[in-house]
Design a protein around this ligand. Structure first.
Ligand SMILES: *[C@@H]1O[C@H](CO)[C@@H](O)[C@H](O)[C@H]1NC(C)=O
Length: 332
């Protein structure tokens, strides 16, 4: 591990850089409010630019200074596409993995997270997300319905892309929550899952119905996985730990992505819930495999590539049996 004195100095330095960048962003965000009544698209563009700048700073520290080692598998994503992004929720640092992909697809300015309402009071970062018009939800979906519908209407009117990011589990996974979720599954006759919680679908159904075929044509299903070479599956560095020293000497991160056409998802509420439960069952099984074998049996691919690159490859290699291509397809 790192020298504790240097580690502490670095942690203070990087915290200052991140919070400072964010506060400067907040300052311009407040100014941008002058534009809001007149031009919501421009307001959105300015705030998207500011947010992506702050996130790039955070990402640069994670990937380039701390050497966070992220691997990728599954479907490739095009550069210019709106999506509803579903991710399992493991830790406070999940955003690094989501942004790892979003940055490479040039969508950092277009992220709209579903967030707990209390988060908007978090100094600097919470304020920034408030200005970003993120989708803030209190515990009770019904009491927020009207406000969320307003936010949805605004998002829909934007001409830019959007990635609507939702953790369907509702909160970060903990052993107690897994137990409660399993009890619930027993009653409902759902599969018993170990590595994710059963998804809550009320918000998802509303999101799907709002954007289906209108602005968004795809679901991106992200499975976020953490591990440490010695300490095992599920171990991840805390935020202060990331700021304190290199994280490439043990910590490892993986993201598995599926790109699912919304047209393939049922339209009835109950059927959508079943679909989501099945999706999370598959996530659960994927995580189980990684728990035992990490990426040994998984084809890693370069996330910068797009589906078009795969098509080109396929036509070039023609009849030759290329196993790696087959495996990418199998995931669909
Ligand atoms: C881990 O890999 C081995 C060998 O490929 C395989 O037999 C086993 O089923 C895998 N474990 C899980 C949990 O999938």
């Amino acid at each position: 591990m790192c020298n504790p004195v240097i580690g502490t100095i670095e942690a203070v330095l990087y915290t200052t850089i991140c919070v400072g960048t964010c506060l400067i962003g907040n300052f311009f965000q407040i100014l941008s409010y002058a534009i809001y009544p007149f031009n919501k698209q421009l307001f959105n563009d300015i705030n998207g630019f500011l947010a992506s700048f702050v996130w790039k700073v955070l990402q640069f520290i994670f990937e380039n200074i701390r050497h966070g080692k992220v691997t990728y598998s599954g479907d490739l994503l095009p550069y210019d596409e709106s999506a509803i992004v579903l991710a399992n929720h493991r830790s406070y640092i999940d955003f690094y993995l989501i942004h790892f992909v979003a940055m490479r697809k040039k969508q950092l300015p277009n992220l709209k997270y579903f967030l707990k309402d209390s988060l908007k009071f978090l100094p600097a970062f919470g304020w920034g997300m408030y200005f970003m018009k993120m989708i803030f939800v209190k515990r009770d979906w019904t009491s927020d319905k009207k406000k969320i519908e307003e936010t949805f209407a605004q998002i829909k009117s934007l001409t830019t892309n959007v990635w609507i990011i939702s953790y369907l589990e509702g909160s970060r996974i903990t052993p107690e929550k897994v137990k409660a979720s399993q009890e619930f599954s027993k009653k409902k006759g759902y599969p018993i899952l170990e590595n994710v919680l059963i998804p809550r679908t009320r918000g998802f159904i509303a999101t799907l119905n709002t954007f289906r075929e209108e602005k968004v044509k795809y679901i991106y299903d992200f499975t976020l996985v953490y591990g440490h070479e010695k300490r095992g599956y599920g171990v991840y560095p805390s935020m202060p730990r990331i700021f304190m020293g290199r994280i490439d000497n043990g910590y490892r991160f993986h993201i598995h992505v599926r790109r699912i056409p919304i047209s393939s998802i049922p339209t009835e509420d109950e059927e959508i819930t079943k679909w989501a439960v099945q999706l999370y069952k598959e996530k659960n099984d994927f995580l189980e495999e990684m728990k035992h074998n990490w990426t040994d049996n998984i084809d890693l691919i370069d996330p910068v590539m797009t589906p078009d690159d795969i098509k080109k490859d396929n036509s070039q290699e023609d009849l030759k049996n290329d196993n790696s291509q087959d495996d990418v397809k199998k995931e669909n």
